[in-house]
Write a protein that binds this ligand. Structure first.
Ligand code: MN
Ligand code: MN
Length: 365
């Protein structure tokens, strides 16, 4: 039994959970090593305190699931089978009494919940999600290595994107060029929809790239990430095209100062809130507090947003092995939008910065 499954089983024993029925691609991958996007079809990993776990997947994927290294039973169902009957049978083969079932409450839909609660009508249902978030929060050496690779490709993407900046080019043209360059390097998936935003658009934290043309005096913001072997990176850089004004420079310098201070503050033993507030105070003291409307950062791994969440109220203690982003931003409408984001890994001595593209204000002529 792999170590991750073992940790979940210990938690199940401590909480009298008879069955864990996990359905998200991310958590199934984390515990089984098999990743698939089953679309509307059912995917499930079914885990017991002591008995052998089993995987449920579309029949046409059984071969792939075996090849991924999953050594336990796999139940493949066809498009005309009734997977829930097969699941009931396989569970009852292992245990007779099902009083408590852990599911992914945020992921499972109502239709599936009705199916599983119909199978075990006297059982209570609890959530497995918080436990899995805590397990996934601490990365092992192998995960770190993959994330580092994803970060190196994110650095490359920003570098390529910056080299594509020219007067009159649209956001989408620059975006397409950098994603094309990544595809040539074998990257097949981005962590989320790539953002290239210029001028006024950069002042929206979640803007949509479009036909806006880059002009002299604009700040151009890149926010992107690359998925490698199922793990995500996430980087933001903001560069100047042509000379920018003093206000824009002041905003850039403030964000950078806050970002560097928060990286410095990131070490085992401090709280997530302390890290967030380190950056937030610098931005507030400079007079831009109301223009920093989001948390400082988020954990990342198999999902681009996972634990820890770096908010000003989260008392969670930072630990060795965490990977998270530090991404303060200031967005003043019609003046400037600046965000600088790195991915960091927490070592015993503090942060190791995984994204390495330069951060000093770059003015492209
Ligand atoms: Mn980002
Ligand atoms: Mn991010």
């Amino acid at each position: 039994m792999n170590q991750r499954l073992g940790k979940l089983q210990t938690w199940m024993k401590e909480n009298d959970i008879d069955v864990s029925f996990l359905t998200s691609s991310e958590n199934v991958f984390y515990l089984s090593g098999y990743y698939t996007d089953p679309h509307e079809r059912l995917l499930a990993l079914v885990i017991f305190q002591d008995e052998e776990p089993f995987l449920v997947c579309p029949g046409m994927e059984v071969h792939d699931a075996k090849r991924s290294g999953w050594e336990h039973e796999i139940i493949g169902y066809s498009d005309i089978d009734h997977p829930w009957e097969m699941i009931r049978h396989s569970i009852n083969k292992r245990i007779n009494r099902v009083a408590k079932v852990a599911i992914e409450k945020e992921h499972m839909n109502v239709e599936r919940y009705e199916q599983i609660s119909g199978l075990f009508s006297t059982a209570t249902f609890v959530s497995a999600e918080e436990k899995l978030r805590m397990l996934r929060m601490i990365k092992d050496a192998k995960e770190l290595k993959v994330i580092e690779e994803a970060c190196a490709l994110a650095d490359y993407a920003v570098e390529f994107g910056v080299s594509e900046i020219k007067e009159g080019k649209t956001e989408l043209e620059v975006l397409n060029a950098l994603e094309y360059a990544l595809k040539q390097k074998g990257v097949t998936e981005m962590s989320f929809s790539t953002m290239v935003l210029t001028g006024a658009n950069a002042a929206s934290p979640h803007g949509n790239p479009g036909e806006t043309k880059i002009q002299k005096g604009d700040l151009v913001l890149f926010d992107l990430g690359v998925v490698i072997d199922r793990y995500c990176s996430d980087i933001t850089r903001t560069v100047a095209y042509g000379d920018i004004n003093d206000k824009q420079k002041e905003i850039y310098d403030t964000v950078l100062k806050a970002q560097l201070a928060a990286i410095e503050a990131s070490k085992p033993g401090v709280s997530a809130a302390e890290v967030d507030l380190t950056a937030r105070h610098i931005i507030s003291d400079a007079g831009y507090g109301e223009y920093f409307p989001h948390r400082l950062g988020h954990g990342l791994g198999i999902s681009v947003h996972e634990y820890p969440s770096l908010t000003e109220t989260n008392q969670l203690i930072i630990e060795e092995g965490m990977v998270y982003t530090i991404e303060p931003g200031i967005y003043v409408p019609n003046v400037a939008g600046v965000r600088i984001e790195d991915d960091i890994y927490i070592t015993a001595n503090g942060a190791k910065v995984l994204t390495k593209y330069p951060k000093e204000l770059q003015v492209i002529k």
